[in-house]
Design a binder for this molecule. Structure first.
Ligand SMILES: *[C@@H]1O[C@H](CO)[C@@H](O)[C@H](O)[C@H]1NC(C)=O
Ligand SMILES: *[C@@H]1O[C@H](CO)[C@@H](O)[C@H](O)[C@H]1NC(C)=O
Ligand SMILES: *[C@@H]1O[C@H](CO)[C@@H](O)[C@H](O)[C@H]1NC(C)=O
Ligand SMILES: *[C@@H]1O[C@H](CO)[C@@H](O)[C@H](O)[C@H]1NC(C)=O
Ligand SMILES: *[C@@H]1O[C@H](CO)[C@@H](O)[C@H](O)[C@H]1NC(C)=O
Ligand SMILES: *[C@@H]1O[C@H](CO)[C@@H](O)[C@H](O)[C@H]1NC(C)=O
Ligand SMILES: *[C@@H]1O[C@H](CO)[C@@H](O)[C@H](O)[C@H]1NC(C)=O
Ligand SMILES: *[C@@H]1O[C@H](CO)[C@@H](O)[C@H](O)[C@H]1NC(C)=O
Ligand SMILES: *[C@@H]1O[C@H](CO)[C@@H](O)[C@H](O)[C@H]1NC(C)=O
Ligand SMILES: *[C@@H]1O[C@H](CO)[C@@H](O)[C@H](O)[C@H]1NC(C)=O
Length: 430
């Protein structure tokens, strides 16, 4: 009897398990998780997003800076939200022949801060930042909350420079978010030593955007981790091949090795080369020259090997998103592929050396892990095997002072800014 009971229990368990997997097997793709939809609905939602971005773009040319305070799209609600200070002005816009066809996709919500006020506020705050030089500081305008946000580390809050800066910015009544930075840095260095090495079916010598980099300093014998941003070539001489990543991944006297996902920290099998050019401000960007001794071959694809269907995403172009609320995803050594929403299309941040500010960045809601730095930030195309490169990952703020991960944000260096300031081009599949 007992035997049968166990058997029935096992059958029930297997049944429940298969049910469990059934529900989740529909939501394997990172975008499906972001939007909380089934995998098969992704193309439909990408289409909605594309339409909303188009409408947002058309609309923006009619919004003045005094009567409106920014826009953002929401794919789930299928709406473009417009922060509105003057309802008469909103009515006039709704009645324009260019806008009337989209009026059901628009939500003019009452707000209190105009774009003019927010723009001048963030400009003043950047000037204050330049004067007081606070450490680990990020400033941006969050369209959804219609206010300026200042993100800093709680550990820096009372240092002289930060305290003076924070006090001086009070007159603008921004939103302050304090993050736990030091413990986070410690528990960021998750050891993945006991993880299984990922067999890549004999393609282990290819290097893709999102792969890991093991950075080995010859003199100190220390090693650090970053992620591959993308494959780049010199615009004038396409024989020069580079792996692009963040500038703060530079180490003195260091060799750069490919570190495949899920491999151990000590992996020196695949030599890439040395970082020959790097900047930390006004851009945070570095180029590893692929050495003639290298045993890796670059590919213009983004690694997405946790997905069975789209194991590699082909980089089709480099176009940056233009709407708040649009999706952006990362591929990186620690996080693999995950997605979030654009919170701001501009902002400023302290640099690693704290001497200057990076004045051209995106802010995206996402939780990443140290080691993802330099990884590609991309958007999926309608056809999910293609992606558009939007930029590379610079840094992040993770747990806030309340231990809440929902305020996690990343800073993204936009690709157009990188290209404008360097002599490289992105290698794409087309
Ligand atoms: C997107 O816009 C096109 C053209 O305006 C329209 O035909 C299509 O139905 C829209 N798709 C969605 C998902 O809204
Ligand atoms: C609101 O907008 C209307 C139409 O653009 C304009 O005539 C009016 O002056 C605005 N009101 C305020 C308070 O700015
Ligand atoms: C517009 O958005 C606001 C805020 O989300 C919501 O309260 C309101 O019901 C929406 N209005 C329409 C007409 O959808
Ligand atoms: C900073 O100073 C405030 C007030 O003086 C104090 O309450 C707080 O604990 C200090 N924070 C840190 C991280 O030292
Ligand atoms: C804080 O800023 C105000 C001006 O906004 C200034 O008068 C005051 O001295 C500052 N306090 C400190 C402690 O720096
Ligand atoms: C935005 O609006 C809020 C609420 O009215 C206000 O407290 C804040 O000062 C405004 N922000 C700026 C930068 O003016
Ligand atoms: C990382 O640190 C935060 C803040 O101290 C803590 O809440 C969280 O549980 C830690 N995460 C891990 C994986 O240890
Ligand atoms: C690599 O790690 C991810 C999760 O971190 C896991 O889903 C995947 O199965 C792992 N691959 C191998 C080959 O172990
Ligand atoms: C190398 O690592 C050691 C031990 O982790 C550390 O004390 C030292 O500061 C590091 N050296 C450099 C140059 O980063
Ligand atoms: C890049 O350069 C182009 C052409 O000069 C310019 O229109 C664009 O605004 C620049 N973009 C950035 C982000 O600097």
């Amino acid at each position: 009897m007992k035997g049968i009971y166990i058997l029935i229990n096992q059958i029930l368990f297997v049944f429940m398990l298969s049910n469990f997997f059934m529900v989740h097997s529909l939501q394997l793709e990172p975008l499906a998780k972001l939007w909380n939809i089934d995998d098969e609905q992704i193309p439909e939602y990408l289409n909605i997003e594309k339409n909303l971005s188009t409408i947002d773009g058309i609309l923006k040319s009619y919004l003045d800076n005094d009567n409106f305070g920014g826009t953002y799209i929401n794919v789930i609600q299928r709406k473009v939200f417009i922060n509105t200070l003057n309802e008469t002005a909103a009515e006039q816009i709704k009645n324009r022949p260019e806008i009337r066809p989209y009026v059901n996709s628009l939500n003019f919500s009452i707000a209190s801060n105009s774009t003019a006020k927010l723009n001048s506020g963030i400009k003043d705050i950047l000037n204050l930042a330049k004067r007081y030089n606070p450490a680990d500081c990020l400033g941006y305008t969050d369209a959804k909350v219609n206010n300026i946000v200042i993100a800093t580390c709680v550990e820096d809050r009372n240092n002289t420079r930060n305290a003076a800066f924070l006090n001086a910015t009070k007159i603008y009544y921004p939103i302050y978010i304090y993050y736990i930075c030091i413990p986070e840095k410690n528990n960021n260095t998750i050891s993945q030593n006991n993880m299984k090495f990922e067999s890549r079916n004999g393609i282990v010598d290819y290097i893709l955007a999102g792969d890991g980099l093991n950075i080995y300093e010859r003199t100190t014998r220390n090693s650090t981790k970053c992620s591959v941003g993308f494959w780049a070539k010199n615009r004038l001489n396409p024989n020069f091949n580079f792996i692009a990543t963040a500038g703060h991944c530079f180490r003195q006297n260091a060799f750069y090795y490919l570190l495949p996902w899920n491999s151990t920290n000590e992996n020196f099998k695949y030599y890439v080369g040395e970082m020959i050019i790097y900047y930390q401000s006004p851009i945070d960007f570095g180029l590893i020259s692929i050495s003639s001794n290298s045993n890796v071959t670059p590919v213009a694809n983004i690694r997405n090997t946790d997905s069975k269907k789209y194991a590699q995403l082909q980089i089709k172009d480099n176009i940056v998103v233009s709407s708040n609320g649009a999706h952006l995803c990362i591929s990186g050594l620690r996080s693999h592929v995950k997605c979030g929403y654009v919170k701001a299309l501009s902002g400023f941040a302290s640099t690693v050396d704290e001497k200057e500010f990076i004045e051209n960045l995106f802010v995206v809601s996402m939780y990443i892990i140290e080691g993802d730095s330099g990884g590609p930030i991309f958007s999926y195309n309608q056809d999910l095997i293609y992606a558009s490169l939007n930029g590379i990952l610079l840094g992040s703020f993770d747990y806030d002072i309340n231990g809440d991960i929902n305020n996690a944000i990343i800073q993204v260096q936009p690709i157009d800014f990188i290209l404008n300031n360097t002599a490289i081009k992105v290698v794409t599949v087309t």
